[in-house]
Each structure stands twice: as C-alpha cells, then as structure tokens.
Design a protein around this ligand. Structure first.
Ligand code: HEC
Length: 179
C-alpha cells in the first residue's frame, strides 16, 4: 500500500511541477516573446512593427506614489471618459466607497479602517496623480487596482470622481450640470 502511494506520487509529480513534455507548449510556440529578437544575426529587441502607433495614456514605468503624484491627467474629462469612469467606479470602487463615493459601501462598513469619503475636502484637494497612484498601488487596507484597471481606465475613474461625485451630481448623461 505504502509503495503504491509512493508510486502514485512519483507518477503525478511532473504534473504538479508542470514538468510534462507538453506542460509549456502554450508558452513555447512560434509567436515572438517579449524582448525576443526575430533577427538571429542581429540580436536585441525587435523594433515595433511598421505602422504601429503608440496608444495615448500613461507610461507603465511609474513605480511609486512619488512618481505618480507628479503626473497630470492625460485623458480629457469628456462624456465618453466620464461614462466609462462611472461604469468602472460602480464595479470596482462602490462596494467600499459607496455609489456616491462617500465611503458608505456595504463592504466598506465591515472593514477595520473605513473607506475615505472621496467627496470630502481632503480628496478634492488631492492631485489627479495622487488618486491615480492610490488605485495603482493601493493604500493601507485598500487593494491595488493596477491589474483590474488599465492606466488609461484609472484616469477615467478619476474624471468621473471629479466631475460627477465631487460636484454632487448624480448622473452622467441624463442630468447635465446646472450652469
Ligand atoms: C476593499 C475596499 C475598497 C475598494 C474596493 C476601494 N477602496 Fe479606496 N479606500 C479604501 C480604504 C479602506 C481607504 C482608506 C485608506 C487606506 O486604506 O489606505 C481608501 C482610500 C482611498 C483613497 C484615498 C483618499 C485620500 O484622499 O486620501 C482614494 C483616492 C481611493 N480610496 C480611491 C478608490 C478608487 C478610485 C477605487 C476603485 C478603483 C477604490 N478606492 C476602491 C477601501 C477601498
């Protein structure tokens, strides 16, 4: 019995270690890997394909809060960005910060440290770069959203927080700001 279990463990070991001959077939295919050269005589990084264009947005080279805070928001707060921001805020932030951003979400109520009221003076006075950094790196309790929201999406969330939540408006498209 003992020997049988040892045999089974030995047989299954490669599966746990991802060491079957086919375990890395998905990774090892003909596609070009990051930083791989397609030109064997001329090693080094493959240049971008001809006619490829950069996507406007934020460099992913920002490594900490200090660098974050120096950024300015590159995404104009137009209707499209604000609507996208609303959608994302309600998915990713409202559970803790509440739909109104006042820090009264259902999950937030159960936390040791209450989520901050994003409509309060403190956050109004923060720079866009600070809020972007908070989403990117997280806080004491607040998790990081760097994997859930792209750099550009994070700016749209900020546009929504600024234009709608911090202005006390309740809807994006159907309730234009009072002049
Ligand atoms: C799991 C709950 C949770 C979620 C979800 C969450 N937060 Fe937070 N947030 C917190 C808590 C708690 C704090 C208080 C400070 C801390 O944890 O560092 C906070 C603080 C902040 C602050 C700092 C405000 C200031 O002025 O110092 C910002 C900005 C913020 N959150 C934005 C967001 C945004 C935008 C989202 C959605 C992408 C989000 N949070 C999602 C819990 C959450």
């Amino acid at each position: 019995m003992m020997r049988l279990s040892i045999a089974i463990v030995l047989l299954l070991a490669p599966a746990f270690a991802h060491a079957w001959p086919w375990s890395d077939d998905m990774a090892n295919q003909i596609s070009i890997k990051p930083q791989e050269s397609v030109d064997l005589k001329n090693p080094g990084m493959t240049p971008y394909p001809k006619r490829s264009i950069p996507i406007p947005g934020t460099s992913s080279m920002i490594r900490d809060m200090e660098a974050s805070e120096k950024q300015t928001n590159p995404i104009p707060a137009d209707d499209k960005s604000v609507a996208l921001g609303k959608n994302l805020f309600e998915i990713y932030c409202a559970a803790c910060h509440g739909v109104s951003g006042k820090g009264d979400g259902y999950v937030g109520a159960k936390l040791l440290l209450q989520p901050f009221d994003l409509t309060a003076e403190q956050t109004i006075e923060r720079s866009d770069g600070f809020i972007w950094g908070y989403m990117t790196f997280g806080g004491a309790i607040m998790p990081s959203y760097a994997n859930d929201l792209s750099a550009t999406e994070r700016w749209s969330v900020i546009n929504y927080v600024r234009k709608v939540l911090q202005n006390g408006q309740s809807a994006v498209a159907d309730e234009p700001a009072a002049k």
